[in-house]
Design a protein around this ligand. Structure first.
Ligand code: SAM
Length: 192
């Protein structure tokens, strides 16, 4: 299973938006979903994607997509924004709600999610241009990572400074969605 967390400080936490860019850069979220889940002719079936939204009006929100459980007709590259909206509308206080098969929403903070994954034995790996090159890392290490990426404003320093595993995918600063493609490609090449 390839596990990713995308954090956005301003992504809107209600489904009532029309302009993706004005909804805390929901356009970036759409790109992240597409690049993490889809190949040219099919959907990857080994992706576990977490999205943390911290924007107005009801933060924090944790959206979770488990690709192996998704009904392929439920999610289309053409209407990813529609999927996000429908999930946001269906958040229920105090409950993790499976809005569609494999698509969950609940109120949970970035820190709580990181703590939970750590408690479950996962390695939290922060994607950071100043980290260790992904090429130099052992496959055994990479296969245990939960890859954590930020939005256009990056990751909150306070929350990620306690993690020593920082991974770089190259010298340029890439979009989060591009970083995800590079990670997938590295894992594909290694057949992980
Ligand atoms: C557009 S970048 C964020 C740029 C932001 N101004 C910053 O300085 O963090 C989005 C995310 O992609 C990831 N990223 C971008 N370039 C990377 C690189 N060369 N290596 C590793 N991760 C990278 C980081 O997680 C970053 O938070």
């Amino acid at each position: 299973m390839r596990e990713f967390i995308y954090f956005s400080q301003k992504a809107r936490t209600s489904g009532n938006f029309t302009d993706l860019m004005k909804a805390g850069r929901m356009d970036i979220v759409c790109n992240v979903i597409i690049q993490s889940l889809f190949l040219s002719n099919k959907m990857r079936d080994d992706v576990h994607l977490h999205l943390i939204f911290n924007g107005a009006p009801n933060p924090p929100m944790h959206l979770e997509i488990v690709s192996s459980k998704i009904e392929k007709t439920q999610i289309s590259k053409k209407n990813v924004a529609g999927l996000i909206k429908r999930m946001l509308y269906k958040c229920k206080e105090g409950k993790k709600n499976e809005v569609f098969p494999g698509c969950f929403i609940e109120k949970k903070s970035f820190r709580a999610l990181l703590n939970e994954l750590e408690d479950n034995g996962k390695d939290i790996c922060i994607l950071d241009g100043k980290g260790e090159s992904i090429r130099e890392l052992d496959s055994s290490k990479l296969s245990k990572c939960v890859f954590v990426l930020g939005d256009h404003e990056g990751l909150p320093k306070k929350e990620v400074k306690r993690y020593k595993d920082k991974i770089s995918v190259g010298r340029p600063t890439y979009f989060a969605s591009q970083t995800m493609i590079i990670i997938h490609n590295e894992l594909d090449l290694r057949r992980l």
